[in-house]
Design a protein around this ligand. Structure first.
Ligand SMILES: Nc1ncnc2c1ncn2[C@@H]1O[C@H](COP(=O)(O)OP(=O)(O)O)[C@@H](O)[C@H]1O
Ligand SMILES: O=C(CO)[C@H](O)[C@H](O)COP(=O)(O)O
Length: 335
């Protein structure tokens, strides 16, 4: 059971007067005017039944949301990481823009909404992060040299590095995450161009099964959905290159999957050239992670182990941030 819910939130600073929250109010004046609506939330009994689950029962649950262009994917997990519910819902508008540390508790659910849906008083809304960082968190990659490639509409790479690297010429930048640097960039190549050319995902999967990943494709493309590239080279005028097109769709797809793998490999080797830690292993998130043929092609082209992450949804990573935020708040209240 996954009921739709309009969730209204209000700043924690209005409701709580703990020192940590007061600090939050002083440091983040904009929060006092925060008024956001998230147009869905979900609750479900824990796996194995038991009833009475969710925030109102005994088991605290953590909701992560990945706001995409076609809807919001959500993932509801418990503190052990078990998924209680996941799916996709439409939403009406984004949260107000303001920059804060990921996984920070920012707001409480309004009392009337809380009582309407039986949510606990402890239920708080926490800040998230970008989709590819959330996918990185979901994959639970840890330590320098570990990387996560998100194969969604676009291809985004995130590598844990001891050194920070930034270079606007190549669309390379770094995020600070829990004491480490997360370096990488996002290409415009990826799943969007695959959908443009091959239609629905089932056809993509069926054609992929007919490809031998051990054989290198001789076709050399630069598959973009439209003009313009960001990473591993920033060039607003770069045109897609998808010629010559063979008669066989499977051969065409093979050339495209291999060409996107070369963009990914170029991305990781560029990060190394710019001073980042060398990549040792790549986990994969996003829709393209389901494609085992592509994973095998990428492993051959990248020359390092590549495997599908256990959790491939960015929303799962956002739910882990909610867990962290809730723990952070509980710690602040206890001290
Ligand atoms: N079997 C597959 N092989 C390659 N790509 C796939 C496959 N199934 C889905 N995709 C791609 O995954 C993308 C959707 O993944 P998703 O993570 O939901 O992306 P986003 O959140 O960026 O829209 C689509 O663009 C689609 O082309
Ligand atoms: O293309 C993208 C993902 O679809 C985004 O531009 C990318 O994820 C931005 O986030 P980050 O700053 O973490 O790279």
């Amino acid at each position: 059971m996954v009921p739709a819910l309009a969730l209204s939130v209000e700043p924690l600073a209005r409701r709580h007067h703990h020192p940590a929250i007061r600090g939050f109010r002083r440091g983040q004046g904009h929060a006092a005017t925060l008024s956001a609506r998230i147009t869905m939330l979900s609750r479900q009994d824990p796996p194995g039944g038991g009833g009475g689950g969710g925030a109102a029962g005994g088991t605290p649950l953590y909701l992560g949301i990945d706001f995409g262009t076609s809807g919001a994917r959500y993932s509801l997990i418990d503190r052990k990481g078990a998924v209680h519910s996941e799916g996709k819902r439409p939403y009406s508008r984004l949260l107000p823009p303001s920059v804060m540390v990921p996984g920070a508790p920012i707001a409480a659910v309004r009392d009337d909404v809380r009582s309407q849906y039986g949510l606990s008083e402890e239920c708080v809304v926490c800040t998230g992060t970008t989709d590819s960082i959330a996918a990185f968190l979901a994959a639970r990659a840890a330590g320098p040299g570990r990387a996560v490639t998100s194969l969604g509409s676009t291809l985004a790479v995130k590598l844990v590095s001891e050194a920070r690297v930034d270079d606007a010429r190549f669309g390379v930048y770094s995020h600070r995450l829990d004491g480490a640097w997360l370096v990488g960039g996002a290409s415009n190549a990826g799943g969007a161009v695959l959908r443009q050319l091959f239609g629905d995902d089932r056809r993509l999967a069926a054609l992929s099964r007919g490809i031998d990943p051990a054989a290198a494709s001789p076709l050399d493309y630069y598959p973009l959905p439209r003009k313009g590239e960001r990473f591993p080279v920033a060039d607003l005028d770069m045109a897609p290159r998808l010629e010559p097109r063979p008669e066989s769709d499977a051969e065409f797809l093979h050339g495209i999957l291999e060409s996107i793998a070369r963009i990914e490999a170029k991305g990781y080797s560029l990060l190394r050239e710019l001073g980042a830690t060398a990549v040792e292993e790549v986990l994969t998130a996003g829709g393209g992670a389901q494609n085992e043929t592509w994973t095998a092609i990428r492993e051959r082209v990248l020359g390092v182990p590549v495997r599908k992450a256990e959790q491939t949804e960015a929303a799962y990573g956002a739910a882990l941030l909610a867990l962290k935020g809730a723990d952070r708040r509980a710690g602040a209240m206890a001290s």
